[in-house]
Design a protein around this ligand. Structure first.
Ligand code: ZN
Ligand code: ZN
Length: 95
């Protein structure tokens, strides 16, 4: 095939690919969080729907949702929702 060459990474485990299929991407990476319609100075956490200053929100690299401190899982560096899926996958990935 001429032209396009997809960068190959052999170290991405199959498990991770399976996981990605299960995760529903809510936002594109880099898409800003939703502004709180009441305060305008704050942004909504996509998981618990409470307003926070933008500095307290982090975007999940898997689903793209913006998560506040309470909805963030440092252990996986994703939101809690994705962290739950990762946990399930790492448990059944023993074959
Ligand atoms: Zn939250
Ligand atoms: Zn997520």
């Amino acid at each position: 095939m001429p032209g396009r060459e997809a960068p190959k990474s052999n170290d991405a485990p199959d498990r991770f690919r399976e996981l990605k299929k299960e995760i529903v991407v809510m936002r594109k990476q880099g898409e800003p969080p939703v502004k709180d319609p009441h305060t305008f100075a704050q942004y909504m956490c996509d998981l618990c729907s409470t307003p926070h200053p933008v500095s307290e929100l982090r975007q999940c690299v898997l689903c793209g949702r913006w998560a506040c401190e309470a909805c963030w899982k440092d252990e996986y560096y994703t939101c809690k929702s994705c962290a739950g899926l990762i946990k399930i996958h790492s448990m059944k990935g023993r074959e």
